[in-house]
Design a protein around this ligand. Structure first.
Ligand code: DOR
Ligand code: ZN
Ligand code: ZN
Length: 417
């Protein structure tokens, strides 16, 4: 056995004292005692599956002044995220097989955690060609950072039909471009007025006519949530849409798409999350530099960072008793692994040994200086969080007690045939 990790692990839905035997990066034995030369005993600390973040923007290639694959994946590791799925609105955008291959080459040696790449869908894209390289497909129905946008029903239907044949998931930024206004904006309330909840609802209704596996990114409104009732979509939610609203006062730093909405919206979303009605927790980590965000509201780009803070803030709610541990683990690991077909997400024999170790006594307010994204700011400064004490990627200890202790072991979860 290469390594045995002991502690209070979540195994088959129950917390108990287990020893986890790891060989060649996989969990091979779970028992009360496992023999092995190298053992780490984490005592009564929790051992949970590493989180799979189904939605990050690591800006590599093309915008590496905001983030790159090295800083993005290191921030992920510190935040308990052992797999990050990266969006295609990089420069150039990942919208052809060749661009996906180029992007893979650029990032290959940089990753601290495992990753997968989304292929961007534009009208006329060769989806079959991209499928073997991509973990999933991404469609923007409303415009945001970058130029990816598809607005016509016929183009969307065409894309969905092709994605269906690949068997992969189509993750959608569901805001209907036709209902987005471009009126002058001075603050978060104006941004919300320009991007109303009905734009989210309309996009969801249009998607309902399609026959392919659709994942709704960042559900942001109560109406949007209601519009998904009885429909076979999977749903993803961000921390910012649950914890921030238009009155958050952070000006352009909190400008994001879909926009921050009302307190009622975010409370309803948090309740839905706590009760297990949302499939996946995703950060939509969208770093922009402080300089970008200090521009006047109208010119500042949309997006907030979150890959390092999302899971730790949720762990604080576990400690406070607001959020059931099983609900969190399902949304941060089990459902993403099922939805994207990854052999990860559970502490189970045969799965990748992606683990986080959590000492719930270490709750503390988030400090910018302790974060690792290149962007150097967070809308969650001062919020309670529990950062994992240790993080293992396929059995490799990457981060422990606030220090990097391993190598850049991150691999692409998709191996092109
Ligand atoms: O606010 C956003 N920022 N929404 C998006 O859809 C894209 C993201 C980004 O890449 O900056
Ligand atoms: Zn989006
Ligand atoms: Zn996004």
């Amino acid at each position: 056995m290469d390594l045995v990790v002991e502690g209070r692990a979540l195994v088959r839905g129950r917390l108990g004292r287990w020893a986890i035997g790891i060989e060649d990066g996989k969990i091979v034995e779970i028992a009360r005692k496992v023999k092995g030369d190298r053992r780490i005993d984490y005592g009564d600390n929790l051992i949970l599956p590493g989180a799979i973040d189904p939605h990050v923007h690591f800006r590599d290639p093309g915008m590496t002044q905001k983030e790159d694959f090295s800083t993005g994946t290191l921030a992920a590791a510190y935040g308990g995220v052992t797999t990050a799925l990266d969006m295609p609105n990089t420069l150039p955008p990942a919208v052809t097989a060749q661009e996906l291959k180029n992007k893979k080459e650029v990032i290959a040696q940089k990753a601290w955690v495992d990753y997968g790449l989304f292929a961007g869908c534009m009208p006329g894209a060769d989806i079959e060609d991209m499928a073997p390289l991509a973990v999933g497909f991404k469609l923007f129905m409303g415009s945001s950072t970058g130029k990816l946008l598809v607005t016509s029903d016929s183009d969307i239907a065409n894309i969905a039909a092709q994605v269906r044949r690949t068997g992969k998931v189509l993750s959608v930024h569901a805001e209907d471009e036709a209902l987005i206004l471009n009126d002058y904006e001075e603050g978060l309330s104006d941004h919300l007025r320009n991007r109303p909840a009905r734009a989210e609802v309309a996009a969801i209704q249009r998607l309902s006519r399609l026959d392919c596996r659709i994942n709704l990114c960042h559900i942001s409104s109560l109406e949007g949530l209601q519009a998904t009732n009885g429909r076979p979509f999977t749903k993803e939610i961000t921390a910012h849409h649950m914890f921030l609203d238009r009155s958050s006062g952070a000006r352009a730093f909190a400008k994001v798409n879909p926009p921050l909405r009302t307190p009622e919206d975010r409370f309803a979303l948090f309740r839905a999350f706590i009760s297990g009605r949302i499939d996946m927790l995703g950060s939509d980590h969208a770093p922009h530099t402080i300089e970008d965000k200090e521009q006047d509201f109208e010119s500042a780009p949309s997006g907030v960072p979150g890959v390092e803070t999302t899971v730790p803030m949720m762990l604080a709610f576990i400690k406070k008793g607001t959020l059931p541990l099983k609900v969190l683990v399902r949304a941060m690991a089990e459902r993403p692994s099922e939805i994207f077909g990854l052999n990860k997400g559970r502490i189970e024999e045969g799965r990748d040994a992606d683990l986080m170790v959590v000492d719930t006594r270490t709750m503390a307010p988030i400090k910018i200086n302790n974060l690792h994204s290149k962007c150097g700011w967070s809308p969650f400064e001062g919020r309670d969080a529990i950062f994992p004490r240790a993080v293992l990627v396929r059995g490799n200890l990457v981060v422990e007690d606030g220090q990097v202790v391993g190598e850049r072991v991150g691999r692409d979860v998709v191996v092109a045939k």
